[in-house]
Design a protein around this ligand. Structure first.
Ligand code: ADP
Ligand code: MG
Length: 454
């Protein structure tokens, strides 16, 4: 089925097509006919199945841009995920002008959110704790909400948000559409659903792409693990790799070892400040860093595209975490590889996983074929510009200064990310010095900025 066959506006179909959305994914196909009519929905589907578009379509269609009231509330477990949803929504709303989407998440200053709220918004995307705090202080009214979405509901409950979600739902009008998405359908999800949904349609999308992820398991002692990383990445010629560790300290230790070995690595775990985590995500997804070492904070919800390889440096503590980790690869039907290390002590858990994921192969690490011809470097470097949206900079301004301004060829420029107060641009490695030298002396949209390497 294609998006043009849905009962949505022509402009919207055009916008979807311009974003590369032509055919519906299974979850979209199963849910949209009902959800576009306003029906409540519970959907169980694994990561990468296209849930964001599934829940966004009904609310985009329903929204009245001329009414400056909060018409939709979306809750997500983490700030990263909330930001991704907001970004996706902005793209999906491209054909409608002046739609204000506000994110309300913890880990960032509270006051600026209060100011933003006083200017009104159409859509709120947030984490439960922070949204509830604003409700408690009467900064936010949900009296006109028509659509309520819970994304990654199981993760929100794992994080202890059950009560907060219920409290938030009490602020919402009874007459509304509620859509709940979850990778698992456990008893606490059922309980939550029975409290906040009304006659929901229940849909499940089976893991039909399961076999696309090739899984190899290696038994290694803790001291043998690090020396196999480079070999594995080169043998699979992986351009982007996420390595999962169970503990923050392991992430940092491994990062040091790989760095000594000449690899460019990023780390992502909860000890890092939000700003650093945002930057990490950008530097990984703009292909300037090929390796991200992460604890499980990063393993859910994040739509990091094109991860070729997942390495479980530490075996996940349970099969649920394992599922979410390996879901970073083979997104939206692309093939992927997941490698897992386990120690002798973890043998029984590794065998348990084998029962659940029957496509696991146990192998001897001596059989890994190193491919030293493959260079673990994508040839791109990131530059940082200390100006962003708040300085009225847009991608096109930065692109203009790089091309017309200093004479760089378009092909030497990769992804450009413009944040509120700064921007990042991926540049071909051999052009880096040139860009740093010239761009510091060139105006971008009439002003000089500080440019440096990241
Ligand atoms: P989920 O929330 O289920 O984990 P996402 O909504 O993040 O998955 O979607 C995963 C990827 O699939 C995204 O990169 C998204 O742009 C892409 N995608 C979603 N729907 C479609 C579609 N109909 N056609 C092509 N790509 C799609
Ligand atoms: Mg999602």
């Amino acid at each position: 089925m294609t998006f043009s066959q849905l009962n949505i506006s022509k402009d919207f179909v055009k916008n979807l097509e311009s974003l590369g959305y032509i055919n519906l994914t299974p979850i979209q196909e199963l849910s949209l006919n009902s959800s576009l009519k306003g029906k409540d929905l519970i959907a169980r589907a694994k990561t990468g199945s296209g849930k964001t578009v599934a829940f966004s379509l009904p609310l985009v269609e329903k929204l009245r841009a001329k009414e400056f009231k909060v018409q939709a509330l979306l809750l997500a477990p983490t700030r990263e995920l909330a930001n991704q949803i907001a970004q996706n929504l902005r793209l999906l709303f491209r054909h409608i002008h002046n739609v204000k989407i506000l994110t309300l998440c913890g880990g960032v200053p509270f006051k600026p959110q209060v100011v933003s709220l006083s200017h009104q918004a159409h859509i709120i995307v947030g984490t439960p704790g922070r949204v509830l705090k604003h409700l408690g202080e009467k900064n936010l009214s949900l009296d006109f909400v028509e659509t309520f979405v819970l994304d990654e509901a199981d993760k929100m409950l794992d994080m202890g948000f059950f009560d907060d979600i219920e409290k938030i739902s009490n602020f919402l009008p009874k007459d509304r559409q509620t859509m709940l998405f979850s990778a698992t359908y456990t008893d606490d999800i059922k309980l939550l659903a029975s409290n906040i949904l009304c006659n929901p349609l229940f849909i499940e999308v089976e893991n039909e792409e399961k076999n696309i992820i090739k899984q190899d398991f290696y038994e290694l002692s803790d001291s043998e693990k690090a020396q196999n990383i480079k070999k594995i990445i080169r043998s699979f010629e992986a351009k982007s790799t996420i390595i999962f560790c169970n503990q923050k300290i392991t992430c940092e230790k491994l990062a040091d070892i790989l760095f000594e070995d000449g690899l460019d690595v990023l780390t992502m775990h909860s000890d890092l400040e939000q700003k650093q985590r945002d930057e990490t995500l950008i530097l990984f997804s703009n292909s300037t860093y090929p390796i991200l070492i992460a604890s499980d904070v990063a393993s859910r919800g994040l739509d990091i595209d094109d991860v070729d390889l997942v390495i479980n440096y530490d075996l996940a503590l349970n099969s649920k975490i394992h599922t979410h980790r390996i879901g970073r690869t083979a997104r939206a039907g692309k093939g992927g590889v997941a490698i897992s290390f386990y120690t002798k002590d973890e043998q029984s858990r590794a065998f348990e996983f084998k029962e659940i994921f029957n496509d696991i192969e146990f192998k001897d690490s001596k059989t890994i074929r190193d491919n030293s011809n493959f260079e673990i470097d994508l040839g791109l470097r990131a530059i940082f510009i200390n100006g962003g949206k708040k300085h009225k900079l847009r991608k096109i301004d930065i692109l203009g200064s790089l091309t017309a301004g200093i004479g760089l060829h378009k092909d030497d420029i990769g992804k450009i990310d413009v944040l509120d107060f700064c921007s990042y641009v991926a540049i071909k490695k051999d052009k880096l010095d040139f860009v740093l030298d010239r761009l510091n002396k060139t105006k971008i949209k009439g002003k000089y900025y500080n440019i440096y390497e990241k």
